[in-house]
Design a protein around this ligand. Structure first.
Ligand code: ATP
Length: 339
């Protein structure tokens, strides 16, 4: 089964196409307003085709536009749980089963099992208003999974949860979505690492990068994916073999062959550290433009290298704004010609 998605919505500035294989887990990432939810809304049937909007969703080439939503076999989960307030947890979970024609008793038995699977034992008879945000999301997840959807759509389902509740729900989703097709939007690298086979990067309504998850995060092309992975693309040029120089003149050792001329380098802050003050003409030296800390770890911002750099032990007491400091590399930076 291949899920094909095409959305052209000029009103939202979105024009995107995406194919998802059966059982595949695809993460949609990108800045706010990049079009991730619009794509999910299209698949879920919330965004409909009209005079100006083209929405094509097909399964194995079969156009779903005339298939009623409840017959598509898709289920969605978003930031808020959207539970039926007048129903108990169990009735909420069983809702899709009963309305799909299952006998009440069987639906109830399945709902009880699912409630237990997502850790809602003992809360089955509560009303949604009495649940915490995390419990409500678990109920929503159980309801979504009850119908055994062919495709599960998640739109930042953990955005409103605390770290512990998010970790728990992340684990449930990882386990319970294993044999399903999953398309999800997130801003959290942990969700990508926990669920995704493939990552699809959106910027300004367009897909700008698609790749196998581990490879794409290790070697991202787009600036957004680099930042999500904790890396940073920096502009500059290759001035000599193996030497990349930032716009401000900081020379860094570069990996591999790269032709001379305009280029960009992928900076991994874990591979760079600052040493004590050095002569201002030293290559690999930068001016310190900011000092901060992350927990107990002092971090330094050097002009032209927009990443948080740790100061080398011997330099920690001496680094100060305006000083020149040497950048030590434990690994060369990846360089590619500027497009
Ligand atoms: N109901 C709507 N009507 C009109 N424009 C909308 C609507 N929903 C979203 N948009 C616009 O469509 C564009 C894409 O928004 P979308 O919600 O798909 O982005 P997103 O990547 O999911 O963002 P976020 O990460 O903030 O959730 C944005 O410019 C947004 O303002």
């Amino acid at each position: 089964m291949t899920l094909s998605i095409e959305v052209v919505c000029p009103e939202r500035g979105v024009e995107a196409r995406l194919e998802v294989a059966e059982g595949e887990h695809v993460a949609l990432v990108g800045p706010n307003g990049a079009g991730k939810s619009t794509v999910l809304e299209s698949v879920a049937g919330v965004l409909r085709e009209d005079r100006r909007t083209r929405v094509r969703v097909s399964l194995d080439g079969r156009d779903l536009s005339r298939v009623p939503l409840h017959r598509r076999g898709f289920a969605s989960l978003s930031q808020s749980a959207h539970l039926f307030g007048h129903m108990s947890v169990l009735d909420n979970i069983a809702y899709g089963l009963v309305s799909g024609g299952m006998k009440k008793r069987a639906a109830r038995a399945k709902a009880i099992a699912l409630a237990a699977e997502v850790g809602l034992e003992g809360l089955e008879h509560r009303r949604p208003a009495t649940l915490s945000g995390g419990q409500a999301q678990k109920c929503s997840l159980a309801r979504a999974l009850a119908i055994e959807p062919r495709v599960l759509l998640l739109d930042e389902p953990m955005a409103a949860l605390d770290v512990r509740a998010a970790r728990e729900l992340r684990g449930f989703i990882a386990r319970l979505s294993r044999s399903r097709t999953l398309v999800f939007a997130t801003h959290d690298l942990l969700d990508v690492l926990a669920w995704a086979d493939r990552v699809c990067v959106f910027e300004s309504g367009r897909v700008v990068e698609v790749g196998e998850c581990d490879a794409a995060l290790a070697s991202p092309h787009s600036e957004f994916l680099a930042e999500l992975a904790g890396l940073q693309w920096v502009e500059g040029e290759v001035r000599a073999r193996g030497v990349f120089v930032t716009r401000g003149g900081i020379a860094l050792e570069a990996a591999g062959e790269c032709r001379l001329g305009p280029a960009r380098a992928l900076i991994d802050p874990r591979a760079l550290r600052l040493r004590e003050e050095s002569p201002s003409d030293a290559s690999g030296a930068g001016i310190i433009r900011g000092l901060s800390r992350i927990g107990h770890r002092p971090v330094v911002y050097v002009e032209d290298v927009p990443v948080e750099l740790s100061a080398h032990e011997e330099a920690r007491g001496t680094v100060a704004e305006g000083q020149t400091a040497t950048i030590l590399q434990s690994a060369p930076v990846k360089v590619e010609p500027r497009r």
